[in-house]
Ligand binder design. Structure first.
Ligand code: GLU
Length: 444
């Protein structure tokens, strides 16, 4: 490791103590940038890494709200505006009890490179709260969202910072947040993406992360003579990303045999029925174990273990660090030939090493799950035009974007001497655009 990279990592760790996820994301990216830093000594002189690793702005605020019993609850809200070199800050809001600044910083940092890779003009940011939407009534969620936006509105706008969904934030939450923003500011503008279709949302945004993941992995495996047709696929998670990845894999002739949530996983040897999962998760807001109620031949297993199922392709779409070294070894042993990250940083660094060492094709999240935010940027374009593209128009653009991301990452990896290593390729390709924009804009 060069002394420049080492110094920057050490500074980040000192300045952001007790934030292991942020340290992990920084190390993973910075170490892989070495070949680009060697070729461009001007980046060190301009302090590009020091600036990239320090968010431009961080806001932390109190979110008081009243529960259904009339009791006041207090959560912590935050928005971290990481980098605006190539466009307004863009990135989701996560509502989950594990949210703290270290998680939002790791996500915001990743978002810079992901957004750059889409080729669209969006900077990187992320936000959220330790509020847990699980088990809350619609009215409690509304009161929380209204309170959250009553502070957040000061820091966001269609040309400054455009949040969207992430874990725990879907169409319902975006609707409540948008309603409150409009009420406070009197502006009906594209300040959030993932909006409902009747008030400025984009077709395909709901499907985009899952579809995009499969478009990119499809391009990657076809490049090496493989395809989804007849492939057995294991997907973790059962939220928005997992559901639409399942749907697209099935459209391409693959068989998805398992899905999961934080309690356990279902295995359906006949192939998961995606309509059942949509009903359970999108309508009933239930748990994946409910799947066996209507599909008694499927099995439900409590706890982890989903990666021990034999498959050709694995798509981790649940959450960070869900796929560890032993899981990667199990996948390799069972003949898995490709892995695509639908979630953000779902594979630990040790797991990624196992895939790379064993020549398993590996698509990192920054490239593979960029379809969600790319379609968010398409939603922003449509809002600016006050116009809507058709489903097929947006889907075709999404497909083009994912195919270009794959080739950009693969070509960059080759150019920098790391053929077939999409981690290096995606990081360097995403980085160069941002670094050059920062150079052009002076010391800011
Ligand atoms: N939360 C998603 C992501 O991780 C989407 C962000 C967005 O659409 O702004 O990229």
């Amino acid at each position: 490791m060069s002394s420049y990279v080492q110094r920057v990592i050490q500074k980040v760790v000192e300045r952001n103590p007790n934030e292991p996820e942020f340290h992990q994301a920084i190390k993973e990216v910075l170490e892989s940038l070495e070949p680009a830093l060697q070729r461009h000594p001007e980046f060190e002189q301009a302090g590009i890494l020091e600036r990239l690793t320090e968010p431009e702005r961080q806001v932390i605020f109190r979110v008081p709200w009243v529960d259904d019993q009339g009791k006041v609850q207090v959560n912590r809200g935050m928005r971290i505006q990481f980098n605006s070199a190539i466009g307004p800050y863009k990135g989701g809001l996560r509502l989950h009890p594990t949210v703290y600044p270290g998680i939002i910083k790791f996500l915001g940092f990743e978002q810079i490179f992901k957004n750059s890779l889409t080729g669209l003009p969006i900077g990187g940011g992320k936000g959220g709260s330790d509020f847990d939407p699980k088990g809350k009534s619609d009215l409690e969620v509304m009161r929380f969202c209204q309170s959250f936006m009553t502070e957040l509105y000061r820091h966001v706008s269609a040309d400054m910072d455009v949040p969207a969904g992430d874990i725990g934030v879907g169409g319902r939450e975006i609707g409540f947040l948008f309603g409150q923003y409009k009420r406070i500011t009197a502006l009906h503008e594209g300040v959030l993406t993932g909006k409902g279709l009747v008030y400025g949302g984009s077709l395909v945004r709901t499907e985009a992360t899952g579809y995009g993941l499969v478009y990119l992995v499809d391009e990657m495996i076809r490049d090496k003579g493989k395809s989804f047709a007849g492939a057995t696929v294991v997907i973790s998670g059962s939220g928005n990303v997992a559901i639409y990845a399942t749907e697209k894999v099935q459209q391409l002739g693959g068989k998805v045999v398992a899905l999961s949530d934080s309690s356990g996983y279902v295995y359906d040897k006949d192939g998961i029925n995606v309509d059942t999962v949509k009903r359970i998760k999108e309508v009933e807001r239930g748990r994946i174990k409910d799947y066996v109620n209507t599909h008694p031949s499927a099995e439900y297993h409590e706890g982890t273990g989903i990666w021990n199922i034999k498959c050709d392709v694995a798509l981790p779409c649940a959450t960070q660090n869900e796929l560890r070294e032993a899981d990667a070894e199990a996948l390799v042993k069972n003949g898995c030939f490709a892995v695509g990250e639908g979630a953000n940083m779902p594979c630990t660094p040790e797991a990624v090493d196992v895939f790379i060492k064993n020549k398993v094709m590996f698509a990192p999240g920054k490239a593979a799950n960029a379809g969600g935010v790319a379609t968010s940027a398409l939603e922003m374009s449509q809002n600016s035009m006050r116009y809507n593209w058709t489903f097929d128009e947006v889907d075709a653009k999404l497909q083009d974007i994912m195919v270009s991301i794959y080739h950009n990452a693969a070509d960059t990896a080759r150019e920098y001497g790391h053929e077939d290593n999409l981690v290096v390729g995606a990081n360097i390709a995403g980085f160069l655009k941002v670094a050059n924009a920062m150079l052009a804009q002076g010391v800011v």
